[in-house]
Design a protein around this ligand. Structure first.
Ligand SMILES: Cc1cc2nc3c(=O)[nH]c(=O)nc-3n(C[C@H](O)[C@H](O)[C@H](O)COP(=O)(O)OP(=O)(O)OC[C@H]3O[C@@H](n4cnc5c(N)ncnc54)[C@H](O)[C@@H]3O)c2cc1C
Ligand code: FES
Length: 371
C-alpha cells in the first residue's frame, strides 16, 4: 500500500491548522488500518484515551470483609470527576453479556486520579459476586460518569447524623474521606450510626474506629446479630440532640422507609440514598414481546420487565436498575405496564411508542416493546 503524504510548498496555501492536521493524520491512519476501524485499533492500544467510550482499568482489588472488596480503577481521560456521595454506572461482561450496575464512589482525594468503588457480594448477585470474587487487576470495565444528588449541602450543616447499614456506608465513607482531608478541617459535629451483622462485617470498620478515636466523629456501631436491628424510635435516646442535626442515610429499604416516616412526622431534615426501590405489587403480569428481537417473555406483576427479559436472554439497555438514571428506557408500542414504585398504570395504544423505564415497570397484561 502506498500512502501519499506530500505536503504543500511554503506560500502555496495557508499552513494547516491543528484541527486540519489532526484530520489529515487520522485519514492517513485510517487508510493504514483498513479494513479495520481506526477506533477499534486505538481501543486495543490506548483504551483510556480522550474521546474513547468511557472505560477504566482495574488497578487493584482489596478485600474489606469476607464478602466485600474495594476496586481501585484508573478511569479513561474523559472521566469528569465527582462530588463525594455520588455514584457511577459500571458495566462488566459476565458470560458474554454486558451487565450494568450502580456503585457509590468511595475514594478520597488521590494523587494518581484513580477512583474506587466498594462492592458487597449479595447471595445470587451476578455482578456483585463477579466484581468481588473474579475481577482482577489489569482488566477493563465500562464506566458511566458520576451522577446523583446524595451529596453534602453547601454550606455544610454544622451538625450531621449519618445513618448507614451494611454496604450503605459506601457513599458516606467517600464524604468522610474527602471531608477529613480538606486543608481546613471540618469544624462541625458528626455522629455516625452504623449497623452491620457483627464487628467483623463492618466495611471500613478499622478506619471508622480510627476517626472516632481521633475525635473526628462519634461512632455508634450496632451489631445486629447481638444487638438486634435499629429501631428508629430509639434515635432520640442514642442521639439526644437529634432535632439539631441534618440526617444523611443509606441502607436497606426497611430502614430508610422507617427513617422517612420518623423524620417526616417530626419535620427533621433527611437525605436518603436508596440502593433498591420499595415496590408495590398489583395485578397479574402478562407476556412481553420484543418487536425487533422477536422474543416473547412471560413476566409476573412483581418482576421488572428488565429482569424478566434478561433472565430470558434478551440483551437490554440498563443502568441503576432503580428508576433513577433512565438508562433502560424503551418505547412501549402497545399494552400496559405498572410502575412498581407506586402502582401507576401506563397504557399505550397501537403505534403510541410511550417511553417506559423497564427497570421499574412490570407487565400489566400483554405488551409489546420496540426493542
Ligand atoms: C445509587 C446506587 C448506589 C449503589 N452503591 C452500591 C455500593 O456502593 N456498593 C454495593 O455493594 N452496592 C451498591 N448498589 C447496589 C448495586 O447496584 C447492585 O444492585 C448490587 O451489587 C446487586 O447487583 P447484582 O448484580 O449482584 O445482583 P442481581 O443479580 O441484580 O440480583 C440478585 C438478587 O439480589 C436482589 N438484589 C439486587 N440488588 C440488591 C441489593 N442492593 N440488596 C439486596 N438484594 C438485592 C435481586 O432482587 C435478586 O433477587 C448501589 C445501587 C444504587 C442504585
Ligand atoms: S436502569 Fe436506571 S432508570 Fe432504569
Amino acid at each position: 500500500m502506498s500512502i501519499d503524504v506530500s505536503t504543500r510548498s511554503a506560500g502555496s496555501a495557508a499552513a494547516p491548522t491543528g484541527r486540519s492536521l489532526r484530520g489529515s493524520l487520522r485519514r492517513i491512519a485510517e487508510a493504514a488500518v483498513t479494513p479495520l476501524e481506526l477506533d477499534d485499533v486505538l481501543d486495543v492500544f490506548h483504551p483510556l484515551r480522550a474521546g474513547a467510550t468511557l472505560r477504566g482499568k482495574v488497578v487493584s482489588v482489596t478485600a474489606e470483609t469476607a464478602d466485600s472488596a474495594t476496586i481501585v480503577i484508573k478511569p479513561g481521560r474523559d472521566w469528569a470527576g465527582h462530588v463525594p456521595g455520588q455514584y457511577l454506572r459500571v458495566g462488566v461482561d459476565v458470560d458474554g453479556v454486558r451487565l450494568w450496575r450502580t456503585y457509590s464512589l468511595t475514594h478520597g482525594p488521590r494523587a494518581d486520579r484513580c477512583i474506587s468503588i466498594t462492592v458487597k457480594a449479595i447471595p445470587d448477585g451476578v455482578v456483585s459476586n463477579h466484581l468481588v470474587r473474579r475481577v482482577r487487576a489489569g482488566q477493563m470495565i465500562h464506566l458511566g460518569q458520576a451522577e446523583g444528588d446524595f451529596v453534602l449541602s453547601t454550606p455544610m450543616p454544622a451538625k450531621l447524623l449519618l445513618v448507614t447499614a451494611g454496604s450503605g456506608i459506601t457513599p458516606v465513607i467517600g464524604m468522610l474521606r474527602n471531608l477529613f482531608s480538606r486543608a481546613t478541617p471540618f469544624g462541625g459535629d458528626i455522629v455516625l450510626l452504623h449497623s452491620a451483622l457483627s464487628r467483623s462485617e463492618v466495611i471500613f470498620g478499622e478506619e471508622l474506629r480510627e476517626y472516632a478515636a481521633a475525635g473526628k466523629l462519634r461512632l455508634v456501631e450496632l451489631h445486629t446479630d447481638t444487638d438486634g436491628m435499629l429501631d428508629v424510635d430509639d434515635l432520640a435516646t442514642i442521639v439526644p440532640d437529634l432535632a439539631e442535626r441534618t440526617t444523611y442515610a443509606c441502607g436497606p429499604v426497611g430502614l430508610l422507609d422507617a427513617l422517612e416516616a420518623h423524620h417526616g412526622a417530626r419535620e427533621l431534615p433527611l437525605h436518603i440514598e436508596r440502593f433498591r426501590t420499595a415496590t408495590v405489587v398489583t395485578g397479574e403480569g402478562g407476556t412481553v414481546s420484543f418487536a425487533k428481537n422477536g422474543a416473547t417473555v412471560v413476566a409476573d406483576a412483581a418482576t421488572p420487565i428488565l429482569d424478566a427479559a434478561e433472565a430470558a436472554g434478551v440483551l437490554m439497555p440498563s443502568g441503576c436498575r432503580m428508576g433513577v438514571c433512565f438508562g433502560c428506557v424503551l418505547p412501549l408500542r402497545e399494552g400496559a405496564v405498572r410502575d412498581l414504585r407506586n402502582g401507576q398504570l401506563t397504557v399505550a395504544a397501537p403505534g403510541d411508542g410511550v417511553i417506559i423505564q423497564t427497570c421499574i415497570s412490570a407487565a400489566a397484561g400483554a405488551c409489546e416493546i420496540d426493542h
